[in-house]
Design a protein around this ligand. Structure first.
Ligand SMILES: Cc1cc2nc3c(=O)[nH]c(=O)nc-3n(C[C@H](O)[C@H](O)[C@H](O)COP(=O)(O)OP(=O)(O)OC[C@H]3O[C@@H](n4cnc5c(N)ncnc54)[C@H](O)[C@@H]3O)c2cc1C
Length: 380
């Protein structure tokens, strides 16, 4: 029997564990249903995957079918609430430089699918106009759907907006230690709840470890960096390249991608082995976030391998020419990675555990949060 003081005498319809994007999206989905909601976050505010990512809300490239639809729906929610929450959309859309003819074949195949709607190949004059900083290649696939937000501040702004205007209560610096509905036990006392949604990110050893173990997820570690161009320039849309056609499920799982993947395994074997592909996005101050790599060894690497950064910088220079750059920040990030893109289950009545297991939560979190709330309401 846990003897704890009561943190609040309110009984919430839903207590959400975790203040990352999935937890905040769940809180928003619950609020929209007219439910009373609290978010419990053990840090002062999220400092994990949700702020270490690119803030790149990606639609084209997400796994075909349900997950692509999650991304499209989530993108629309980002677009709707960003202005209300004071979150600036830094740029819209995506330019994928096709460096080799094999990538053009993948782009053509993609455009023939339902995912290609609204996307197109740019003419040379459009490339000159819209993306003069791209190196010469075989063309550019344009997708209009993508949004870029500054995660580092957007997550805090989203939490603040939920608190101030959507009546969501936040308990930060508070760790949930166990759930025994109607009690949610925390490091600071008890909260009362009808339902509890657990969104622990990559922490699979805290709450419900045996349930999360069913995902067979491994910790994936990513190298990221921020660079400042020496000469001012403005990025008109996010940038990706051939390595992304070979990596993102929405392209890479098309049969036409096999030739490109085999070719890149041969000619860019170091990048392919390190899971390197290129994403470039820009911040308001002109700096660029560039990345990333994927180490699936499940090791939670404490130290950054700078040779991986060199691969990323090298790919950046193959794709874009913006003159000299200074690297101003390096960091590592982690997320759980499994064959399934998301995991959600109800281990007991009124409780749901959910995690994005594909490193796509910035893009799909709002839709996934709605699913978690649906599931928890059904579970009682
Ligand atoms: C480097 C990097 C780049 C990425 N790039 C992209 C991208 O371009 N596009 C994209 O869509 N996605 C991207 N992702 C993936 C995306 O960031 C994640 O899928 C998403 O942030 C997961 O959100 P989350 O809320 O589940 O997890 P997290 O952000 O990890 O949040 C979980 C929160 O739960 C809290 N918590 C856990 N247990 C407890 C407890 N017991 N009590 C209280 N609090 C608890 C933690 O403190 C944490 O704040 C990237 C990820 C990384 C690491």
């Amino acid at each position: 029997m846990t003897m704890s003081k009561i943190l609040s005498d309110k009984t919430y319809d839903v207590v959400v564990v975790g203040g990352g994007i999935v937890g905040l999206a769940s809180a928003y989905a619950a609020f929209k249903k007219g439910l009373s909601v609290a978010v419990v976050e053990r840090q002062s505010q999220n400092k994990d995957a949700s702020v270490r990512n690119f803030g790149f809300v990606t639609v084209s490239g997400q796994r075909r079918g349900e997950h692509w639809q999650r991304a499209m729906h989530s993108r629309n929610i980002w677009a709707e609430i960003a202005p209300k929450a004071g979150i600036q959309v830094e740029h819209i859309g995506l330019h994928m430089l096709m460096q080799r003819p094999e990538a053009v074949d993948v782009a053509h195949a993609f455009l023939k699918t339902e995912m290609g709607e609204g996307c197109r190949l740019l003419t040379q004059s459009e490339i000159n106009e819209a993306a003069p900083y791209l190196n010469k290649g075989e063309g550019v696939l344009y997708s209009p759907h993508e949004l870029r937000v500054e995660s580092n501040t957007a997550i805090a702004k989203l939490a603040h907006w939920l608190q101030e205007t959507q009546s969501v209560d936040f308990y930060n610096h508070t760790t949930v230690t166990s759930v025994e509905l109607p009690k949610v036990h925390t490091s600071r006392g008890v909260l009362n709840a009808e339902h509890c949604v657990v969104c622990p990110g990559a922490d699979f050893t805290g709450l419900y470890p045996e349930v999360l173990a069913k995902t067979k997820a491994k910790i994936c570690t990513l190298n990221m960096m921020r660079v400042m161009p020496k000469k001012a320039f403005r990025l008109n849309a996010a940038v990706m390249s051939d390595l992304s056609f070979a990596r993102y499920d929405g392209f890479a799982q098309l049969p036409e991608a096999t030739v490109l993947k085999t070719l890149l395994d041969d000619i860019q074997s170091a990048e392919r082995q390190a899971g390197v592909h290129l994403i470039v996005v820009q911040s308001e101050d002109g700096s660029l976030i560039i990345g990333d790599s994927h180490d699936y060894s499940d090791r939670e690497l404490p130290f950054r391998d700078t040779r991986i950064d060199d691969l990323i910088i090298n790919e950046f220079k193959q794709v874009m020419d913006i003159g000299e750059i200074d690297i101003t920040q390096h960091w590592l990030g982690v997320y759980p990675s499994a064959d399934e893109v998301v995991f959600k289950t109800s281990p007991e009545k009124g409780v749901v555990v959910g995690a994005v297991t594909s490193g796509t939560g910035a893009s799909t979190g709002f839709a996934f949060g709605e699913e978690l709330i649906e599931l928890v309401l059904e579970s009682k």
